[in-house]
Design a protein. Structure first.
Length: 202
């Protein structure tokens, strides 16, 4: 059962924006890089974990030089040797297998929908949109209005630009939007903006 505090916050909001990973969705790994280690062992792909981590760092460095806020899985795998290319699909499939719903947050999500709140989902994530949509669907998250995904929009929560996208899309005053705590850093960066009036999920 989700908390009374969260219920009250939902009741007093027009729009509820949920994060995905570590909010709506739980992964069966302590750290997301454990998934790379799992693939390395399962596929007998020596050094995949280290190479995959390095490839993402390189992709993000290149993107940063062009003032691009997010990368895609395809862009990450461009920095991996040919022998690792078949593991891109293995990574997607393992993400689908290791993700499940946080039961309390699924209840809160459905409560918001039942009470006619506009529900959007926002995440900083390099995975393809179709994969993320399937993760959500498999976990029982259906009926949300829109998915804001940084790999598609190139706007992130941490920069604050994703929240601006949510504001522009919903046309709702920030004070009537309930956000995941992961938006906090971006809101600090937008300290002179009305975005700071939004409420954070507990």
């Amino acid at each position: 059962m989700f908390s009374d505090k969260l219920q009250n916050l939902i009741d007093n909001s027009d729009v509820v924006s949920f994060d995905i990973f570590d909010t709506l969705i739980i992964r069966s790994y302590n750290q997301h890089t454990d998934l790379f280690r799992h693939i390395e062992i399962a596929k007998n792909a020596e050094s995949f974990e280290a190479k995959r981590i390095a490839a993402e760092q390189k992709a993000r460095s290149e993107a940063g030089k062009q003032n691009i806020e997010e990368v895609t899985l395809d862009e990450i795998y461009r920095h991996l040797d040919d022998r690792f290319q078949p593991l891109k699909e293995a990574e997607i499939q393992q993400e689908l297998r290791c993700c499940s719903a946080d039961k309390n947050m699924l209840e809160a999500f459905n409560y918001a929908l039942k009470n006619n709140k506009r529900v959007v989902i926002a995440s900083d994530m390099y995975l393809p949109q179709k994969t993320v949509e399937k993760i959500l669907h498999n976990a029982g998250y259906k009926g949300y209005e829109k998915l804001f995904l940084s790999s598609e929009t190139k706007h992130t929560k941490v920069s604050g630009s994703m929240f601006k996208d949510i504001l522009e899309y919903t046309k709702v005053p920030a004070v009537k939007i309930l956000l995941s705590p992961s938006m906090r850093i971006g809101m600090i960066l937008l300290s002179s903006s009305p975005c700071r009036q939004a409420i954070l999920l507990p």
